[in-house]
Ligand binder design. Structure first.
Ligand SMILES: [Fe+2]
Length: 365
């Protein structure tokens, strides 16, 4: 039979065991249990796992006649008979560790042929499902992007969403020569890169929705980047449970201190783990020094850094360039967002929304 090459995930692979059964195995577990590392006379183990590099990864893994064959980067080959795999499998029937989505095509909606109300309805539905939506401007539109923002805001209002003003003002003009906002002494109003974060983690109820309306392009750079924090958290729940527990239970402090504004919130990075009300707070630029017991600090850093290494891995990013007239809508409780550095007159308007209850009170959730 032809060998079947297996897909390598981050630190494990899924192995078919016959009879439609399969199990995940960690690379480390497999290397530790290579049949070669046994004394030839006694059969006792001769390898301590502490001698294995933390991030060991096969050069190749394949099924050959029902057995698993692995070639390691140093050329060593390990063969695991199917019977041994079945006996020692520790993830039979376990759901596959979820994948972290990153294809911007999942988020795109074409404005052409849709009314503004339809665009907003489609975007809200997409945000509900995917966490974000990118609405591409109708190339036939004669309205200048600068003049289109208020009509979009009205369409959101008609869909039951009200603007949430912040300490910047009613809406933000994100441009380096800003003259319309308060408290502009922060990165968003520069041309510097802004790495992945959520907005307003330092207030009690961060706004749920943010709209970014592209008005003017940069000469160079200024790409928008999103990472689905909820998917990353689900991935960690399924593959590194203790990290997920620490992220959801150990408070960190967000402290925004500007010349004329100050706000502090203590909260776990993952403030709500549920599917519907999931909420991450994340902002490296307003993160205060951690304050936990000495013996807990290493674990907090491990969890925090594990999460952000996944989030900052470009393979886990939706990356797109907004052209003038395009708009991006995302759930600020679920998605991290970033912007690459740029040169030129880039101008993006930012607006926060919350759903308005029929009674008229904005819902904080
Ligand atoms: Fe932001």
């Amino acid at each position: 039979m032809q060998p079947i090459v297996l897909e390598l995930r981050e630190s494990w692979l899924r192995v078919p065991l016959g009879d439609d059964a399969e199990s995940d195995f960690h690379f480390r577990f497999l290397r530790h249990n290579c049949p070669c590392d046994r004394h030839p006379l006694t059969g006792e183990r001769t390898l301590c796992s502490s001698d294995i590099a933390d991030w060991i990864r096969p050069a190749l893994a394949q099924m050959v006649d029902g057995d698993l064959e692995i070639i390691w980067p140093d050329g060593h080959m390990s063969t695991y008979p199917r019977a041994w795999l079945r006996e020692h499998a520790y993830a039979v029937g376990a759901p596959e560790v979820p994948r972290i989505p990153a294809d911007p095509a999942r988020l795109e909606i074409q404005a052409a042929g849709r009314s503004l109300a339809d665009q907003v309805a489609a975007a809200l539905e997409r945000v509900e499902r995917e966490g974000a939506a990118i609405v591409r401007r109708d190339p036939g539109s004669s309205v200048a992007p600068e003049d289109a923002t208020e009509a979009i805001i009205e369409a959101f209002a008609a869909a039951g969403l009200a603007i949430v003003p912040t300490h910047f003002g009613r809406l933000e003009d994100l441009r380096t020569d800003n003259t319309t906002n308060a408290n502009t002494d922060q990165l968003g109003y520069t041309d510097a890169p802004v790495d992945l974060h959520t907005d307003q983690p330092f207030i009690a109820a961060p706004p749920r929705l943010q709209l970014l309306h592209s008005i003017r392009a940069a000469d160079r750079g200024g790409e928008s980047v999103l990472a689905d924090a909820r998917s990353i958290f689900r991935y960690l729940e399924a593959s590194d449970r203790r990290v997920a527990e620490v992220l959801a239970s150990v408070p960190v402090r967000f402290h925004r201190r500007q010349r004329a504004f100050e706000s502090v919130v203590d909260s776990p990075l993952i403030a709500d783990t549920s599917e519907r009300e999931f909420m991450i707070r994340a902002s490296y630029f307003t993160l205060a020094p951690h304050r936990v017991d000495f013996a807990a600090m290493a674990e907090l850093y491990r969890a925090h850094d594990r999460f952000f290494r996944l989030a900052r891995d470009p393979r886990n990013h939706y990356e797109t360039l907004l052209r003038p007239g395009d708009w991006l809508l995302y759930n600020n409780h679920r998605m991290l967002h970033a912007r690459t550095g740029f040169k030129g007159p880039r101008w993006v308007r930012g607006i926060y929304f919350e759903r308005q209850d029929p009674a008229g009170a904005a819902r904080a959730g």
